[in-house]
Design a protein around this ligand. Structure first.
Ligand code: BGC
Length: 752
């Protein structure tokens, strides 16, 4: 502890801290713990309750009220409060004018970038590049901390199987393994090498837990998640975040199996605290404590506060049921002083770890880094690596810039600077976005770009500019159509019942396809859309998500072959909403469908006897396969997989097994390939998924080059919760190494 950095006006409490530190002569072991305990002893009940309350700027009627509340120790945290000078001033009041000088922790949703915006998290997940993701979150933290933010409400690591759910945009997709590796990367990037570095933010793993399983994908809806699914899938990324050192968790909005997650003793107390040993603090989601009244789980706000405190929610976000009721609840013995002390200690511990007591002020010079060219370059790299090539008939892509006389750039998202930033983007600014239109004009020159927006936004139904778009297409060598969804159609409370391409975009594509010109469709969206019709109308399809500030140049890099697309889908693409849920690690069922067993709806005669024999698990209309499987993504080159080898046919429970294969770039371009490793446990004490991702590796492979890729398994990697306990069961396992969840070289081994 550097004594010189203590606030100049020292309160009694801080003097004690000094003594404490001076006496020891050096930093005591786990000083955060000791300092938190020491401070706790000096706190009044009101001050403790203040620490457990987080208020939004909007709560205060005027800035003076806010200052007084901080002076009075009325709140321990603010959200949506930022700016170097403002934060320094409010922190000065907390440190110098409140009785104990406890700094505020200032939180904000920095979900996929602060001012330099990266692709939406679902897009970043498509890069399968944890190191690039870690760096993106590091950059976000550097930028955000320069405005006084030391806590982000991220990473958002909710697994979901439902693309109707608008918040699918914010997470890492459907798979627990991929999401766990990315959760680790995100937490590490946010928190940096050392929590008390001024550029480190406390991470917040959210939404704990199960929020992505909202029935029908309708936001905030009820969830039912059996314990094996909870532990084998939904909790996995949260455990990874905890292991990576995430300092905070956010309890969610949803009712989980009848118990709202912000009052859920099983998930918070038992799993998070007791089983996992989490020692940071839990914050509620916005008003999720008092919403337990709406859930029908609490009679009133007071009752809700008691339930949340008993469950282990340490800090209440936005509402004031803690502040208003804790004293009464203590008097009535509905909660205990030990619970309050535990909650406050958890919060103080994190504040100490962040160095907020020792180094509370923002250095105004830190803002110089915002939108640093290296940050923008990284945003471009991540956007490039996130885009997934879904179709490329007759090598329609890449386009050869030098051979093209002109291209038609058409569609609502070609020049939509705000939309490309995506959802949950408070601080990114449209004026900093470089759009695809701008990037293509920069590359080809204005003369060679025939731009007709044709639809002013994604839901636009007006056909008045169709004719002009068709004229532009006819004049050009190829059509580059930028469509998809505006940012406002995904994210919180932006669930959709149908997940097709909105507005008149498909009709516009039809009109353009009728010109006979090559159609290159670039989709920018916050969810995996059902794009079957659009796929058929296009020669090539690049799925670019909402790619952030540098989406334009990144997409241009790919369209014109500066680099090959390399992203792979982090989520299964369905043919239509009726196919939901469809995820690759589904169970086999007793009647798995196959190409032989499938009877398309039109092949069934209208006069039919009632039969069941031979019936299999498929939809008469959709069949039994998705539009695109998890892990799928094309490249401008081709990759050959060969020579799968196992270090042994038998793996011992206490041993390891190595599975290797060779991957050759058999095409004409250097490119990255994301090699995937899947396992199937043939027989289990509960049924097991048909495939589970257990490893992956993004490899840069030069044309003609062959690389060997290796994955190592331990018995623990094969463990699962069977409803009673976590077990690794002996028996036969399949393994695959391949380019997606549906292709790959196969082998098997016995675990004994
Ligand atoms: C969201 C959280 C977010 C919080 C604070 C809530 O509505 O569910 O994800 O962190 O608001 O902005």
């Amino acid at each position: 502890m550097k004594l010189t950095r203590l606030p100049l006006v020292l309160s009694a409490g801080l003097l004690m801290l000094m003594t404490f530190s001076c006496d020891s002569g050096k930093t005591v072991p786990d000083s955060a713990e000791a300092r938190a305990d020491n401070l706790l002893e000096q706190m009044t009940l009101d001050e403790k309750i203040g620490q457990m309350s987080q208020l939004d700027l909007g709560y205060f009627m005027d800035p003076e009220q806010l200052k007084q509340a901080v002076r009075d120790g009325r709140c321990g945290s603010l959200l949506n409060f930022l700016g170097t000078e403002q934060v320094n001033e409010i922190q000065r009041i907390a440190l110098e004018e409140s009785r104990l000088g406890i700094p505020l922790i200032i939180g904000r949703d920095v979900i996929h970038g602060y001012r330099t915006i990266f692709p939406i998290p679902l897009g970043m997940a498509a890069s399968w590049n944890p190191e690039a993701v870690r760096q993106a979150f590091r950059i976000s933290a550097i930028e955000a901390s320069s405005d006084g933010i030391r806590w982000t409400f991220g990473p958002m690591i909710d697994i979901t199987w439902d693309p109707r759910w608008g918040r699918i945009a914010e997470g890492c997709g459907e798979d627990p393994f991929l999401a766990s590796t990315l959760a680790t990367a995100m937490v590490t990037g946010i928190q940096g090498d050392s929590l008390n570095d001024p550029t480190s933010l406390a991470a917040c793993a959210k939404h704990y837990v199960g929020y992505g399983f909202a029935e029908a994908g309708r936001d905030y809806n009820t969830t039912y998640i059996p314990e094996p699914l909870l532990r084998n899938v939904v909790l996995k990324p949260f455990l990874a975040a905890k292991e990576a050192g995430a300092q905070t968790f956010m309890s969610a909005f949803n009712d989980l199996n009848g118990i709202p997650t912000s009052g859920n003793q099983f998930t918070i107390k038992k799993i998070l605290r007791e089983e996992w040993g989490f020692d940071g603090f839990v914050v509620s989601d916005w008003a999720s404590v008092t919403q337990m009244v709406n859930h029908g789980f609490a009679e009133d706000d007071k009752h809700a506060a008691a339930i949340a405190i008993n469950a282990g929610v340490d800090m209440e976000m936005a509402t004031t049921s803690y502040y208003d009721n804790i004293k009464t609840l203590l008097d009535k013995k509905k909660i205990t002083m030990v619970q309050i002390d535990d909650a406050v200690r958890n919060i103080l511990r994190v504040k100490f770890r962040l160095g907020l007591f020792d180094n509370p002020y923002v250095n105004p010079e830190a803002r110089a880094k915002i939108l640093d060219p290296s940050f923008l370059e990284h945003s471009r790299t991540v956007a490039r690596q996130s885009a997934v090539l879904l179709k490329n008939e007759n090598a329609a892509l890449p386009l050869a810039a030098e051979k093209i006389s002109s291209v038609a750039v058409i569609g609502p998202l070609a020049d939509a600077p705000r939309d490309q930033l995506g959802t949950w983007c408070f601080d990114g600014r449209a004026e900093n976005s470089v759009t695809p239109l701008k990037a293509i004009r920069d590359l080809l020159g204005d003369q060679r770009v025939n731009y007709v927006q044709a639809l002013t936004y994604s839901r636009d139904r007006s056909k008045k500019d169709f004719a002009a778009a068709v004229v532009a297409a006819r004049r050009s060598d190829a059509v580059l159509f930028f469509g998809g969804e505006e940012w406002i159609l995904s994210g919180e409370a932006r669930s959709r019942g149908e997940i097709g391409v909105p507005g008149a975009q498909t009709e516009l594509l039809e009109a353009l396809a009728a010109t006979g010109k090559p159609i290159i469709l670039v989709i920018m969206a916050g969810r995996p859309l059902a794009i079957g019709r659009e796929l058929n109308l296009s020669d090539a399809v690049l799925y670019a998500w909402h790619g952030g500030t540098m989406a334009g140049p990144a997409i241009a890099d790919l369209l014109f072959g500066k680099e090959s697309p390399s992203g792979k889908l982090p989520v299964t693409f369905v043919k239509g909403a009726g196919q939901i849920p469809f995820y690759y690690y589904r169970k086999n069922t007793g009647r798995p469908a196959s190409a032989q067993s499938f009877t398309p709806v039109d092949s069934i005669s209208s006069v039919n006897p009632q039969i069941s024999i031979g019936d299999k698990s498929f939809h008469l209309d959709y069949g039994f396969t998705p539009l695109f499987p998890f892990g799928f993504g094309l490249s401008y080159t081709t990759f050959g997989y060969s020579d799968i080898e196992l270090s042994s046919q038998v793996m011992k429970m206490d041993g390891t097994l190595t599975v290797s294969a060779r991957v050759t770039n058999t095409g004409k371009m250097d490119a990255d390939e994301i090699v995937q490793f899947y396992v199937r446990d043939r027989v289990g004490s509960i049924t097991r998924p048909i495939k589970e991702l257990k490893g992956y590796n993004r490899l840069s492979i030069k044309k003609g080059e062959t690389v060997e890729v290796k994955f190592t398994l331990r018995a623990a990697d094969l463990a699962f919760f069977n409803g009673k306990e976590t077990v690794t069961e002996p028996g036969r396992f399949d393994v695959w190494i391949g380019p997606s969840s549906e292709e790959g070289l196969h082998s098997d081994f016995i675990l004994e």
